[in-house]
Design a protein around this ligand. Structure first.
Ligand code: ZN
Length: 85
């Protein structure tokens, strides 16, 4: 999974690696991989717990959520259940 921290939006969003919303290539000058740049950054994680920990450590003011395009497959409408792979 990939965690995207966006400093300007103050979000930490968890994506699956095959998410169509992830840019190609992942990472940019201002959103590098593995660390925070001017606008944020991308972090490779293996679980939601790890993603949450990375978000808290790197950008505590971020609101943590899951990408609605890749993390909701098979989810029942209205359910808050986490989809596991
Ligand atoms: Zn996604």
């Amino acid at each position: 999974m990939l965690l995207k921290i966006d400093k300007r939006l103050r979000t930490a969003r968890l994506h699956r690696e095959d998410c169509k919303r992830i840019p190609s290539p992942v990472g940019s000058v201002h959103k590098p991989i593995g660390k925070l740049g001017r606008d944020g950054g991308w972090f490779s994680v293996t679980s939601e717990a790890e993603a949450s920990a990375v978000a808290r450590t790197n950008f505590p003011q971020a609101k943590f959520d899951r990408c609605q395009f890749c993390q909701t497959t098979g989810k029942v409408a209205g359910s808050a259940a986490v989809v596991t792979q």
